[in-house]
Design a protein around this ligand. Structure first.
Ligand code: ARG
Ligand code: ZN
Length: 864
């Protein structure tokens, strides 16, 4: 056990930094295990009094410190493991430090590190302090100029801003000079040096400026960058149209790296991406990859305004940039790919990740008030719930007032590091609405439960709606107040005609009653249309009402939702030992009807065909969850559908096959998604005809979407079909790391009972590299998060496996290790014998010596 108890950082303790860093000059002399960094900081005292200068710095070997060219003697400064302190300084001075660092030994992948022989950086949130001594906090903005010197074997030397000079030096070395005219916080600093191929293009902004666009990738990978480049141009255009935001530098660069702790990073003018979110071609990337690339390229680009031009005052305000930017990228994707399908996918992800987080020991507000390691707060709550809050704001204010508020925010706070309060104040001002109650969405954790019941008075043609809300306690917040919840409601007739268009009811008290007059016939309620608020809704709807919505709701989100709710209730009933066989047949029949609806798009039908996932069912089941029972109940429903709709599924599977050239368009992707969803369902009934069809699907596939769509069903069927397909896949793709990640992850999601042994064996496969986060997550996280029936093996072996992995990875990459803790943290939700075994593993981790703060914080919170 650690002896020192790390102290939490609190929002209430925020104090401005007492100095301004007017300019920052960095000189890098790159060398894999001994890089030298000289920093010249032009500093001016801004706070009153005689506060000491305290700079952050970790794992740095300090070589020299000077003030205005005078070396400081040992008694003029102090260095500890985390700081450089100069107790007495002039009011205005230049501080120069020189340090040495070891990028090659850096497997934590934060700060300056090496990936595939190239240097790269990741500074958000607190990586810059492992590069040089600096006030490493987002409210200290400075103008940077950077000189990089390196060997000729690293031809591209990149940093933020504009390239102002480059040339050769003695001894086959060369240099580049970069100047970024925009003041920025240290977390947006970036440097890349390496042998890279570059794809170039340009974009003319709305005011007519030409911007050079460059994407840098591994040698030989240039053709895989074209989709990202195309996405970037569309995102740039979209941001001009939707938000009036124009790009500001003459150059915009993106670099792909294989070793990266998360998705991507919005460094000013030099975004750095996990290669899995940048590189794509039809042969190696699935439609889901294309979709993610489009979204993440847009996300990082949109940060140029929401994050870079306007940044966060402190890390508690992280949602200010992340929630808003997710909202912006979701809106972009909706425009690119269709609003309904996009909304369904976003809500699915929200429920799977954020609702789970909100229901467990790690629940926290969108704006938390304390943390141990900020890295642990890059969560679904900050990102996805943060986006939902912005979406509600737009719903409540209306599109026009929302846009006015955004315009004011961009104008007023440009160049600042600001707060969520300042952001909301812009909307209060432009709309004239009091948003003080709305602010509680940022401060209160937990998913509100909303119930809606109704009474219909036929005589008076009056419908009475009774709405209530409540939020269960979350850690540190025992009592909750009511939130303003926009509930979008429409009415249908029993025959499925629209009776009344969508109206938004703002539920802002614990309970309220709404009277709707002129309702001429007994209605079916369609509530929470478009998922108008991030809540769990319970209604008194009967299954027959849900079938009306499932077949006829003009709000397609709710049409899909009705199907999901019906399926969920059937699965939960069966898992609880009370199967409703008649209901299951009725559901399969209605699903078949929905699948032949000519008016519906294939992408939408694919979503109708996918049943609630096992992790979602775990979250929704009332009793302590039994993952194996849920898996078996879900499978039983799949088998029934596969049998009942066999002919239809086979027909659709055939019809959706395309013969022409591959197109990444949403329309073409929708057809592939439907075909793959049919294949997936048919694998539940693997008689000879279906098996032959599935093997044929796999063997004839000519793009990665179809190939994965064929491979997973064969893995589920198991036996020889599985072995043959997996080994053929491996032989084809052994040299393609991104595809090999898919090979690992598909095996970790194998539902067969022997999967844990197979996963453990895969950790000894020569291609398993725990130091690469993509590979690690493909095997370990995918197993723990997406294969609940096997992860929760009654022996506890799945838990033991995960805990061992956490301890191994924590030794070199705490951020990534911490991300593996969550599946164990949910121990309270499971049957007590399982929960006890999960807890036992958390306790084993907790007492481990030298645990990182990252893992310690999550394990401790999970246990209390
Ligand atoms: N700002 C990046 C993005 O969302 C993510 C940075 C994640 N950093 C971290 N320490 N987890 O685009
Ligand atoms: Zn972001």
């Amino acid at each position: 056990m650690r002896t020192d108890t790390p102290q939490p950082i609190r929002l209430a303790d925020y104090r401005p930094f007492p100095f301004a860093i007017e300019t920052t000059r960095l000189v890098f002399d790159l060398s894999p295990s001994a890089t030298r960094v000289r920093a010249e900081l032009a500093i001016r005292r801004t706070g009153d009094g005689d506060a000491p200068l305290v700079l952050n710095g970790e794992r740095l070997k300090l070589l020299s410190v000077t003030i205005d060219g005078q070396a400081l003697s040992a008694n003029q400064y102090a260095v500890d493991a985390e700081h450089l302190t100069v107790p007495e300084t002039p009011d205005q001075f230049v501080l120069t430090t020189e340090v040495e660092i070891d990028p090659l030994a850096n497997k934590a992948l934060t700060g300056l590190y090496m990936s595939g022989g190239r240097f790269c950086t990741q500074c958000e949130a607190e990586g810059f302090r492992t590069i040089t001594y600096f006030p490493d906090r987002p409210d200290v903005l400075s103008r940077y100029s950077v000189r990089i010197e390196a060997d000729g074997g690293l031809p591209h030397l990149l940093s933020n801003g504009n390239l102002v000079d480059q040339g050769s030096l003695d001894g086959a070395r060369h240099f580049a000079e970069w100047v970024d005219p925009f003041p920025k916080p240290s977390y947006l600093f970036a440097l890349v040096a390496g042998d890279l191929d570059v794809v170039t293009d340009s974009f003319v902004t709305m005011s007519g400026r030409e911007v050079a666009l460059k994407i840098f990738v591994d040698p030989g990978q240039a053709s895989r960058a074209t989709y990202a480049l195309d996405s970037l141009k569309r995102a740039m255009k979209w941001d001009e149209e939707a938000f009036g935001r124009e790009y500001d530098l003459d150059l915009f660069m993106i670099v792909a790296v294989r070793d990266f702790n998360f998705g991507a990073m919005e460094n000013k003018g030099l975004n750095i991406f996990n290669s899995s979110l940048l590189l794509a071609d039809p042969e190696t990337a699935t439609d889901a990859d294309f979709e993610r690339i489009e979204a993440v390229v847009a996300h990082e680009y949109f940060h140029n305004w929401t994050g870079n031009r306007i940044t966060c005052r402190d890390w508690f305000q992280l949602c200010l940039k992340e929630g808003f930017t997710v909202f912006r990228d979701q809106s972009f994707s909706a425009d690119m790919r269709g609003a309904v399908v996009q909304r369904i996918k976003d809500v699915r992800a929200l429920r799977a990740r954020q609702f789970a987080e909100d229901a467990g020991p790690l629940a926290h507000p969108v704006r938390p008030s304390s943390y141990l390691k900020i890295d642990n707060f890059y969560t679904a709550t900050i990102y996805e719930k943060g986006s939902e809050i912005i979406r509600m704001l737009k719903t409540i204010l209306g599109a026009e007032a929302f846009r006015k508020g955004c315009d004011l925010y961009f104008e007023r706070h440009d160049g600042e590091a600001t707060t969520v309060e300042a952001f909301i104040a812009c909307f209060t001002e432009t709309s004239g609405q009091d948003l003080s109650d709305f602010f509680a969405w940022y401060e209160q954790a937990g998913t509100p439960a909303v119930t809606l019941t109704s009474d219909y008075d036929a005589q008076a043609s009056v419908l009475t709606l009774n709405l209530r809300q409540s939020t269960a306690p979350t850690p540190g917040q025992p009592t909750k107040r009511p939130l303003p919840i926009p509930v979008a409601i429409g009415l249908l007739s029993q025959g499925g005609e629209s009776l009344r268009d969508t109206e938004v009811v703002l539920l802002d008290k614990d309970a309220m009653t709404v009277r709707w007059e002129g309702v001429a016939q007994p209605p079916v309620l369609s509530a929470l249309r478009g998922f108008s608020a991030p809540v769990n809704l319970t209604t008194d709807a009967r299954p027959s009402d849900r079938y009306v919505l499932f077949s006829a709701d003009p709000d397609l989100f709710n049409r899909w939702e009705a199907g999901q709710t019906l399926a969920r209730d059937l699965i939960l009933a069966r898992a609880a030992g009370a199967p409703d066989e008649v209901g299951e047949e009725r559901y399969a029949e209605a699903l078949g009807q929905a699948l032949v609806d000519e008016a519906a798009e294939p992408a939408f039908k694919a979503l109708l065909l996918s049943l609630p996932s096992e992790p979602d069912l775990t979250l929704l089941s009332e009793e302590p969850a039994d993952p194996l029972a849920l898996h078996e109940a879900r499978d039983a429903l799949r088998i029934r559908i596969a049998i009942h709709l066999g002919d239809l599924l086979r027909r659709l599977h055939g019809e959706m096959q395309s013969s022409g050239e591959f197109s990444p368009s949403a329309e073409a992707a929708g057809r592939r998604a439907l075909r793959n969803a049919c294949a997936d369902m048919l694998s539940a009934d693997p008689h000879d005809e279906n098996l032959t069809r599935l093997v044929g699907h796999y063997e004839a596939s000519r793009n990665m979407t179809d190939m994965i769509g064929g491979l997973y069903p064969l893995v589920c069927i198991g036996g020889e079909a599985r072995e043959k397909a997996l080994s053929a896949f491996y032989d084809t793709w052994a040299a393609e790391p991104l595809v090999l990640d898919k090979w690992f992850s598909i095996q970790s999601r194998d539902p067969n009972p022997d999967v844990l042994d197979r996963v453990v064996a895969l950790t000894r496969h020569p291609a398993f590299e725990p130091t690469n986060p993509n590979r690690l997550r493909a095997l370990v996280s995918a197993f723990a998060s997406f294969n609940p029936a096997r992860f929760h093996d009654p022996s506890g072996a799945g838990y033991r496996f995960l805990a061992d992995q956490i301890l191994t990875v924590d030794k070199f990459n705490p951020m990534t290790a911490a991300r593996l803790v969550e599946p164990l943290g949910a121990w309270r939700r499971y049957k007590s014998d399982l929960g006890a075994l999960m807890r036992q593993e958390l306790e084993r981790i907790a007492v481990h010596p030298d645990l990182s703060k990252n893992v310690l914080e999550l394990v401790t919170k999970s246990l209390t």
